[in-house]
Design a protein around this ligand. Sequence first.
Ligand SMILES: NC(=O)c1ccc[n+]([C@@H]2O[C@H](COP(=O)([O-])OP(=O)(O)OC[C@H]3O[C@@H](n4cnc5c(N)ncnc54)[C@H](OP(=O)(O)O)[C@@H]3O)[C@@H](O)[C@H]2O)c1
Length: 334
Amino acid sequence: MTQASSATSRTVRIHAHGGPEQLVLDTVDVGQPGPGEIRIRHHAIGLNFIDVYQRTGLYPNAMPLALGMEGAGVIEAVGDGVSHLKAGDRAAYAANPPGSYCDVRVMPAMNVCKLPDGIDFETGAAMMLKGLTAQYLLKRCRPVEGLVAGDFVLFHAAAGGVGLIACQWAKALGLQLIGTAGSDEKCALAKAHGAAHTINYRTEDFAARVKDITGGKGVKVVYDSVGKDTFDKSLDCLMPFGLMVSFGNASGPVAPFAPGLLGPKGSLYVTRQTLFTHITSRERTQEMADDLFEVVQSGAVKIRIDQRFPLTDVKTAHESLEARKTTGCTVLLP
Ligand SMILES: NC(=O)c1ccc[n+]([C@@H]2O[C@H](COP(=O)([O-])OP(=O)(O)OC[C@H]3O[C@@H](n4cnc5c(N)ncnc54)[C@H](OP(=O)(O)O)[C@@H]3O)[C@@H](O)[C@H]2O)c1
């Protein structure tokens, strides 16, 4: 192991599930990395909607819970068996277990990637969880009849963190992404980032608009992270053999449904995806990260950071995200 002295860290934790008022800044001891672990000092931390699910208890965890699954900074020490990183390296990650809302932490090395020189820490912290998600959604989660340039797909919450990355990446792949968003301003933002069409789903019937836009045919894939409010109608947007990708619950979890209804709607496929199934090995994580680094460094995908909060103001950051006041990515600064 490379040596570095032990330290304490300001760490945002919850001691009970609940609202943003549960977020408290504790001081915790940070030890040395064990086998397969690294110690990283953060320069920026990514905010994600999953942090809200973990805080509320929709995704329950043992208490106390240090929150946060995305960050970027400098490696301070590496444990035995870690060969892809060394002390002094710039690095970024999306990873379990949670705990990135802090100055410094010890964590498993597997999902931590060296950050290319051309990518700054804030961008690294903003893009790993959201960008790897866009990567697997567009490239590793395919409809049975394939996905080729020119195909229509529907992407909900297109002006959000994952959404703006997906708009740009889909355009680079030649897909016609129809993006939904909760205001005309957000729709304009999604369009400026590559959405071929946009729908304000607070004022318009998105299923009817999708039928209009696609000449009655529907889309090959729906990417739905909104959940409760959009799931049922999203099934009506799909063409036969289309793929419904449920990957989030911003409006609440999807209600149980009868698979029998998928037949008459066109022999549809439904999947519930999570990034953490895709990044269970070092090799796969690096392969997906390299793909992300390439589109970011080429300029095909720009990581838009629209909100920056000091780590000490994490409550406001959570309130803004839940109140649909944010666009693009949000970072916390230690
Ligand atoms: N399964 C996975 O692998 C995975 C990985 C990453 C993210 N996700 C999911 O992807 C989604 C996007 O994540 P993100 O971190 O980039 O967040 P985000 O998109 O920046 O924020 C969530 C957006 O959801 C929309 N929304 C619709 N109804 C909402 C409601 N009732 N309350 C709050 N928001 C609502 C809002 O946009 P409008 O105002 O435009 O509707 C809001 O801005 C989240 O659901 C997240 O859980 C899943």
